[in-house]
Ligand binder design. Sequence first.
Ligand SMILES: [Zn+2]
Ligand SMILES: [Zn+2]
Length: 138
Amino acid sequence: MSDLLERLRGRGWRMTAQRRVVAEVLDGEHVHFTADEVLARATARLPEISRATVYNTLGELVSLGEVVEVATDGRAKRYDPNAHHPHHHLVCSHCGAIRDVHPTGDPLAALPTSERFGFTIREAEVTYWGLCPACTGT
Ligand SMILES: [Zn+2]
Ligand SMILES: [Zn+2]
């Protein structure tokens, strides 16, 4: 569970019923939805919500820096509400499902100085590729 709604309230984001539903959909689960998935879930909660509102709200949350667009391998972008918590991603190479993961150990420390080529490194983002349980058929 992210704290997206709390963060948006904290910064005085104009919270209409429609915009709130979009934020709630993103906030609700520890997975990252595509815009179409957000639209489907938002419509289930608030049937009168428009596609344009969902897309505009997503764009606005991204430009506020409260939601991050995650692009994987030419698939539809996914929206990540955990913008302020460093984490890594587990990606299903079959269906594109993404989960946040928090491996033990520090991936920055794992890169030896000889492999840094003089870079000052700010952060590391690791993507673990594989098959999700649904795609493995287990
Ligand atoms: Zn899958
Ligand atoms: Zn994430």
